[in-house]
Design a protein around this ligand. Sequence first.
Ligand code: PEP
Ligand code: MN
Length: 348
Amino acid sequence: MLVVMQHGATQAEVSRVVETIEELGYQARPMPGAQRTAVGLVGNDGRVDASRLAALPGVKEIIHVTQPYKQVSREWKNEPTIIRLPGGLEIGGDAVVVMAGPCSVESEEQILESARLVRDAGAAILRGGAFKPRSSPYTFQGLGLEGLKLLAKARDETGLLVVTEAMDSEGVDLVAEYADIIQIGARNMQNFSLLKHAGRAGKPVLLKRGPAATITELLLSAEYLLAEGNHDVILCERGIRGFDTATRNVFDLTTVPLVHELSHLPIIADPSHGTGRRDKVIPMARAAVAAGADGIMVEVHPHPDRALSDGAQSLYPEQFATLVQETTEIAKAIGRTISVPVPRAVRA
Ligand code: PEP
Ligand code: MN
């Protein structure tokens, strides 16, 4: 539920609304805005006596949020959320942010080479898994903490920001220490205790859609993060499980405009996991930008044939350069730009 204040309502009137919500046993979230000040009521179980709030001085109207997710919804907040990252990079604004790098961090040489090449081609954020969710326990599981340290080294050397996955609470704390964005992978989208932990970690979170999750479930998982006080959440479409094995997943790009309609949060797309096939990544990256994605996440490897994971969907360096050039043209056609890397010298 949202209590919308009249234009010009006083601070005392807003405070009175907050106190009344707390007296009723709920949490209040005041939201001063350019157009209006509203106070959100969190934990609404349907039994709130709205008339008590509607009668308070300075209150214009009460809006009932109809969706099961609340703080994530457009009803709750209409203006798009813009995530502000170190060095001034933004996600959710006019610029489409390119995140690229190998599936896994494999060695110092491999991640540094990857970082340089994706930066030179136009990426702003380096990706690379240190903790890998693998279907088989006998495949490469990632370098763990050592991988995080290598990512931090690549960040220092290139000025790229870093996004990397955390698979458990301990991993969240480590990733929050070394990276700029904590990735919650598709397999963990509904790991609710992990989401609660990530919501308290103090860093932006990239939440990937589960392979069998509905859009409502994706947004409800994001709600867990916002409910813990973390509003810097980026959603990611990475394909869902379908019946056809021709591609690794069904890359559901309708999610992009749908999420923009239902939520104020930014949404990016991952055509690498979405297709699983290197030769389909460029066309689907173009499609993702055309659909309005706020960013793309792409797997690139200096030597894809030697990759320890996801080599078949990893782009060759020159393919990635083509991808950035082509998506730049598409972004331009819809009034957007592609984010540029942030020189380390201008970092805060
Ligand atoms: C990844 O981005 O490295 C990854 C494992 O992706 P997903 O969680 O979407 O499978
Ligand atoms: Mn991968």
